[in-house]
Design a protein around this ligand. Sequence first.
Ligand code: GLC
Length: 591
Amino acid sequence: MPVPPSRPSARFRAAAAILAAAVSIFSLRVFAQQKPESPSARAGAEAAARPWWQDAVFYEVYPRSFADSNNDGVGDLNGITSKLDYLHALGVDAIWITPCFPSPQVDFGYDVADYENIDPMYGTLADFDRLVAEARKRHIRVILDFVINHTSDKHPWFLDSESSRASAHRDWYVWRDGKPSADPSPPAQPPNNWQAIFGGSAWQLDPKTGQFYYHAFYPQQPDLNWRNPAVEKAMFDQTRFWFKRGVAGFRLDAVDTLFEDPALRDNPVLPGTNAFGQPRMEMKYTSKLPEVHDVLRNLRKVADEYGAVLIGETWTRNIDELKEYYGQHSSELQMPMDLMFTSVKTLSAPEFRRQIGAVDAAGGWPVYVISNHDIVRSYNRYGDGQHNEQIAKLMAAMYLTLRGSPILYYGEEIGMENNDPKSKDDVKDPIGRLGWPALKGRDGERTPMQWTPGPNAGFSTVASWLPVPPSAQTRNVESESGDPNSILNFYKRLLALRHTEKALLYGDYLALNPDDASVLSYLRRYKEETILVVLNFSAAPQTITFDLAPQGLGAAKVQTLLTSDTAQPASGSLRSVSLAPFSACIFRVSR
Ligand code: GLC
C-alpha cells in the first residue's frame, strides 16, 4: 500500500512518489505441521526439529493477474491450480494468495465484503478446496491474506453499523462526532487532523446518523474497532473457517494501523506536503499503537491451534520495531516481513550488509522480500538500464541465499518489469487516479503473468484487465525455459541449491570483508558444511581476497556451485576471486 506520510518512502510505487469440503481439524493439523516430503534432501533430524515455514520458499500470487482459466480477462483460482506444476518445478513451497474474497474491488480485494467465501470472479469455495488439495499433492501450502484492519463499506457488519446509532454493529467500527463549532451552518468538521494513507481526511461523514467514521485507507474501507471484544472474536472466527479448510497461515494486512488513539489527539504536522498535496504528518496516534501486540498475541494462540504461520505486513522503521512484532518469547508473528529491506533503493553492498546484519541478529526468523503488489518491481527499482538482466540475478542470488524465508513476487523469477499506465484514463488503481501524474498507482506492478510469447502473454485469450508490456514477447516463462542463461533458469538453480544445501537451509550467517564498498560476501555455515556467497554490486569487475583463517578455513578450497555470469564465470581460490560486473557466485568451501 502506498506510503503514509511518515513511513519509509520506498514501500510502494506510490511511496516512491508519496503504499471441497472442510477436512477434519485433526487431519488438517497434521498437514499443517508435517514436513513436506519433497523436494529435496531436507529430511533428517534438522528438518524434523524445525517448523515447516523456516524451510519454505514463499511465492505471492496476485489472483487477478496470475492465470485466467475462463478467459474473461481476469485471473482466477482454477488458473492458479493449473499452474501448480510450474510452481512446484520452480521450487516453491507455499503460495500466498492476495485477497480473493467477495469484494466490491475498490482496492482490488483489500475491501472484503464477506470473509468466508470466494468472489465469483475468482471461482467458488469448491474451486478453492480443489486448489488446496492439488497444491498439497505437490507439497505446496496455501496462505491467505487476512485483511484485519478494515472491511468493505458493503460488508453486512458495516451496513448494519451505519444504519443507525443504535444498531447492533455500531461499535464494531470507529464512529465519532465532528469537531464542535460555534457556527452551526458550515459542514461538519472532522474530529481531528488524521489523514487517510490514500489521501484526504481519514474521517468520512455519514449524513444519516450525523457522525464520522474512521478509515485509514479509502472511505470504502472503514476501520474495525479492535477495542470491541466482539470484533476480535468475530475476526478470529474467520481465520478458523479457513484453517479448517486447510489454509496453512495468513499474511496479515496493514497490522500497523489496527488501533488509533482513543483521545483522538492530532497527529504532529511535519514540514512539506505529500504526494496528495496535503501536509506531511507523523502517524503518531494512528500507527503502531502498543495495543496491536495484544491482538497479535491472541491471534497467535489461534494460529498455534492449527500449526499455522502468521506473516506480517510490517512497515517498520528500525530493528526495535521489527523485534516487537516477533513478540517476547516469539509470542506474536513468526514471520514479520523486513520491508526495510526494500527501502535500500540503490545497489549498495554496505547498505544491504548493514540491513541483513541487523535483521539476522534481531533474534527472530528473517523474512526477505524484494517486490510485492504495492512496490515498483525489483527489476526496475534496482536495474540501471544497462545491466538489468545481471542485476535481477544478483538480487536473487542475495535474498535467496540468506538465513531466513524469502517471499517471491509472481513474475520476479522471469524478470518482469513494471508496465505503468500511459494516461490517467488507463489507470485502474484509485491512488493513481487521485495522485496523477505524480502518482501513477500500483497497476504497473500488477500486470498479468507472462507465460508465452503469444497474445496477452498467454494469460488470457481476451484482452487482460491490465495490459502486458511489449517486452512480454521475449520475457515469458515459455521463452525463458528454453534459454539456459535466463533469469528463470537461474532462479530454478538457486532454489534447487537452497533446497539441497544444508548450509543454505540451516546454516548461520557470517558477513565477510565488512569494509568492502562494492562486494557483499558472506558465509553460510552448518556443521562441517560451508557455502560462500560473493556478490558484486558494482559496474566494474572485482577481484577479492578472503582470509578464512579465523573460521579455521585458511587453507580451504572453493568449488563453484553456481555463477550468474556464464560468459565470465567467477573463478579462483580464496586468495583471488574474480567477478564480472554485477555478478554473483556461490561456492562450496571445503577443507
Ligand atoms: C496493504 C495492501 C495494499 C492495500 C492496503 C489497504 O498495504 O498490501 O495493497 O491497498 O493494505 O488494505
